[in-house]
Design a protein around this ligand. Structure first.
Ligand SMILES: Cc1cc2nc3c(=O)[nH]c(=O)nc-3n(C[C@H](O)[C@H](O)[C@H](O)COP(=O)(O)O)c2cc1C
Length: 313
């Protein structure tokens, strides 16, 4: 697999190995970690354009970033072209370099509201949303699936619509909505989408080791890959794939993450985030299961730090 820089609109990504948006995880600290290990682009988790418009505090917190984040990409979720345009152009997103549009979320409430993967069933509206976001003057990307039902996939047609509407990149999660997060990714659907457009196509889904990352590129011909759940378990996947020197242990990383999260958010956010992150990291380590209950009972950062030392030293 070739590790390349990747041009997306006017941006030059340092590598074609991307970190996926993951609700509850890809806040500022995790994105900084992934960039440090070689990821070419990281995204905020999905941020509802409607909630932002109505000044929802929790949603605004999802936009937290600093000047140290190398490339700032926000993912917006929404079904109204007018509201998406208003938010894409709003001062809230002023500091962001790229806007990604969520057209893949399978969650029933989101789908019923005509957002996320529901947009795959309404190409005129999906197209209007892309054109609306482009009015921000920033590069715009789309993250979608291969379709809604497993027996009726149309990733190539959808990718063509994205390109025609002005998108600068499209990421395809190689599963239909009905497949949710399970099953082998549909390599052929991604390959067909790649062949159908000239904007960069990023392949996502089911990458749980370096060999699967290579397989994804080989079988789809995609311009890059996007790692999701596996990066929580093994963030070193980015340095492994990009050959970026790392020289740190998982304990170093978790302690750094705790410090950075505590500097950016309050203690309760930091505790919740760190418990989830440590729990994913424990999947890779034998004999750590016994600490799981303790991990979720830690009531202060000091206690958490002691437990992390006990588990990962
Ligand atoms: C906990 C969780 C949260 C997610 N949050 C988002 C999100 O905010 N935006 C998005 O586009 N996809 C989201 N996804 C989907 C992932 O980005 C990715 O497409 C999916 O997990 C498939 O990749 P994987 O099989 O390598 O994990 C989420 C997935 C999970 C498991």
């Amino acid at each position: 697999m070739e590790i390349n820089k990747l041009r997306v609109g006017g941006l030059l990504l340092p590598s074609n190995i991307l970190m996926a948006p993951l609700a509850g995880y890809t806040s500022y600290p995790f994105r900084m970690l992934a960039y440090g290990l070689g990821a070419g682009l990281c995204f905020t988790e999905m941020v509802s354009a409607n909630a932002l418009k109505y000044q929802d505090r929790a949603n605004k917190l999802l936009l937290f970033t600093t000047k140290d984040e190398p490339i700032k990409a926000v993912q917006l979720l929404g079904g109204s072209p007018a509201i998406m345009e208003e938010m894409a152009k709003s001062s809230l997103l002023e500091g962001f370099d790229l806007i990604d549009i969520n057209m893949g979320c399978p969650v029933p409430n989101v789908f019923k509201s005509g957002e996320g993967s529901a947009l795959m069933l309404d190409m005129p509206r999906a197209s209007a949303i892309i054109r609306a976001c482009k009015k921000s003057g920033k590069p715009v990307s789309v993250k979608c699936r291969t379709g809604i039902r497993e027996d009726e996939m149309f990733a190539a047609e959808f990718a063509r619509m994205c390109e025609y509407s002005g998108a600068d990149m499209v990421t395809i999660h190689g599963r239909s909505r009905s497949m949710m997060y399970g099953g082998t990714p549909c390599y052929q659907e991604i390959a067909q989408a790649k062949a159908a457009v000239s904007i960069p196509v990023i392949a996502n889904g089911g990458i749980f080791c370096a060999a699967q990352a290579h397989e994804m590129i080989e079988r789809t011909g995609a311009d890059g890959i996007m790692v999701a759940r596996y990066a929580l378990e093994n963030p070193f996947i980015f340095s492994e794939l990009t050959q970026k020197p790392c020289g740190r242990t998982i304990l170093d990383i978790l302690l750094d993450q705790m410090e950075l999260a505590a500097a950016c958010y309050d203690e309760s956010f930091t505790l919740v985030y760190m418990r989830k992150l440590a729990s994913y990291a424990m999947k890779k380590r034998k004999g750590t299961k016994k600490y799981k209950a303790q991990l979720y009972q830690t009531g202060s950062l000091k206690e958490l730090q002691e437990l992390l030392l006990a588990i990962f030293s």
